[in-house]
Design a protein around this ligand. Structure first.
Ligand SMILES: N[C@@H](CCC(=O)N[C@@H](CS)C(=O)NCC(=O)O)C(=O)O
Length: 222
């Protein structure tokens, strides 16, 4: 089994951080998405959305979507649960996971994709008005997360779970996306200080270079 990821792309980071938290080792690769390595025919067969992360099994089958990949590993390695333990806990974690992904992570991602010059080639067309609308939506969501973190060490309680990996990656991504998190959200800032000190966030998963030269040549000559 192989994980196809990226050293800084935030969705790939979600899976890397999850694996480091769980202590799961596997062969992981850096796919150079910015240079079109996910646009080849070979990659299209694995993920028609041309995105990382991808979990590739030895029989050629594939799972994509960061949280789906993490859920697979969670079933296979239930020790140190990161999706909650009881039915209620799992639902609570899922609630905050979706909130963090829809209202924070995705809003930061849309600002990045539609405004950042580095995305000009990949996000066609970039729609700056859409980015500004998402920035606005994000600013409406941040106070809700700040309030939740006033009473809780982590989003869903006193232990780190998958929703913290999503929110932490969104906060990390906000720097790259040039999205400012206002200083008055003190709980959110204190939380981010705590989270980024974890070994899973500060140490990088070791990634090999994904070489897909044959498929790249095939795509270019097609
Ligand atoms: N919903 C997907 C999103 C994956 C995604 O957006 N991946 C980005 C990197 S963070 C990507 O591969 N982008 C390449 C592109 O869009 O061209 C997930 O959770 O895995």
């Amino acid at each position: 089994m192989k994980l196809l990821g990226h050293s800084i792309a935030p969705n790939a980071r979600r899976v890397s951080i999850y694996l480091l938290e769980k202590g799961i080792a596997l062969d992981a690769y850096h796919v150079d998405i910015m240079q079109g390595a996910a646009l080849t025919k070979n990659f299209d067969n694995m993920n028609p959305f041309h995105q990382v992360p991808v979990l590739l099994f030895d029989d050629g089958s594939v799972i994509t979507e960061s949280v789906a990949i993490c859920r697979y590993f969670e079933e296979m390695h239930p020790i140190k649960p990161l999706f909650g333990q009881t039915a209620r806990e799992r639902a609570h974690v899922e609630m905050w996971q979706r909130r963090a992904e829809l209202h924070v992570f995705n809003m930061v991602a849309q600002v990045f994709r539609h405004l950042h010059p580095a995305m000009e080639q990949l996000e066609v067309p970039q729609v700056p008005h859409w980015a500004e609308a998402c920035r606005q939506k994000l600013s409406q969501a941040l106070p809700i997360f700040d309030r939740q973190l006033q009473e809780n060490t982590f989003l869903a309680g006193d232990r780190l779970t998958i929703c913290d990996i999503t929110l932490g990656c969104a906060l990390e991504f906000s720097k790259l996306a040039r999205v400012e998190i206002p200083a008055n959200y003190e709980n959110l800032h204190a939380y981010w200080q705590r989270v980024q000190q974890r070994r899973s966030f500060s140490e990088k998963l070791k990634l090999l270079q994904w070489e897909d030269e044959a498929a790249l040549q095939q795509a270019q000559t097609a």
